[in-house]
Design a protein around this ligand. Sequence first.
Ligand code: 5AD
Ligand code: SF4
Length: 429
Amino acid sequence: MNIHESEKIAGTLEYLGYTETKDSKEADIIVFNTCCIRDNAEKHALGNIGAVKHLKKSKPDLIVAVVGCMTQQDMAGVQLKEKFPFIDIILGTNNLDKLGECVLDIVNNRHKSILIDPNENPAIVEHQPVYRTSGTNAWLNIMYGCNNFCTYCIVPYVRGRERSRKMSDIMDEFKSLLDQGYQEITLLGQNVNSYGSNLDNGDNFARLLENIAKLDDYTKHRVRFMSSHPKDINMDIIDIIADSKSICNNIHLPIQSGSDKILQLMNRHYTRDHYLQIIDDIKKKIPDCGITTDIMVGFPYEEEEDFQDTLDIVRRVGFSSAFTFVYSIRRGTKAAVMPQVPAEVSKDRIQRLIKEQNAVTKAISKTYEGGVFEVLVEDINPKKEGFVCGRTDTGRLVNFQGNADLIGKFVDVKIEKTQSASLFGSIKE
Ligand code: 5AD
Ligand code: SF4
């Protein structure tokens, strides 16, 4: 989501005539797109913003903007301005479309700083320029915001309520991305399964996928989506994925915890049995489906027994990979006032969780050995000259010999060797 928002920021700047530079000393404008989902993301942003102070000193005309989730928190805009008075523009996620106006204001009345109320009522702004940077894949927002209020999560506070884009706008953008030659499109939303909930016209995620699947033969392409919420995924969605050629057999389904007690405290609205049932349904309809997840340890009240439930579900489901996190207190959320788990306990648990998941990932990788899989070549392998990398439909990364001419092509690759999460093979002639 943030990467795509950065593409919109860059799109606005390109529209104003700016060009990209990799060297901050050369920049006329620097925009920090921040994230506040965990404490380390925030610290990272603050460190990077502080580091441009000297640039601004040596180049007073440099425009510095800070945008994104972090600024959207209570009072964060004012606090940022106090801490870093050299910031010229502060915008939230919901008024990013104002960036162009703000930059022009600064350029026309030098040294005038602007602070826009980051809590302005958000509206969906269509047709923003996008400067795409993601190679073969294009990101496509289908909705913004979140209504779920998981008790650990800051997102509903900083991104506001769920707003879905009109189906016709999404389909227009989808088709235009195919026309531009993108081989892969990833649909984005905090909880894509509740797409349409605010549209009052009966549109929902299954219908959107149905329309997307109608374009299966329009070009050769792949469709992915993230993230799904286990409480909202349903058989219609699973059936459409199973039947569509273009929608990948790859589902990201964050579980967060394997303990019913913790899931309830997290306000997740599903139990471990319900989650396992969904996994069963997916595996029956899409036997080779790559299932990935997000898991957290150290949530308030988590005891060893709860953590064991998490390890157990990791083994049972067989996630092809998992993003693993230590719970991080977010001010203003319900969990922030619950009794906290000591840091050393969380640290120990995350290491054990990663070890468990690595073993699962390794075992799943082994099942690919000897098989031939269609791979979309995404890039040259930066670590190994003469090699390229790409993904299977199920989302597994594959490395094999090849050159840059292959980027964007679909090739059949025979898997010869596997190493934890990575697969190695050669093109099948
Ligand atoms: N602490 C740790 N991880 C978090 N996530 C969301 N909020 C927090 C938090 N406060 C994780 C969840 C979510 C992913 C995007 O980030 O696992 O699925
Ligand atoms: Fe956060 Fe829960 Fe919404 Fe995901 S579904 S963004 S974890 S509140």
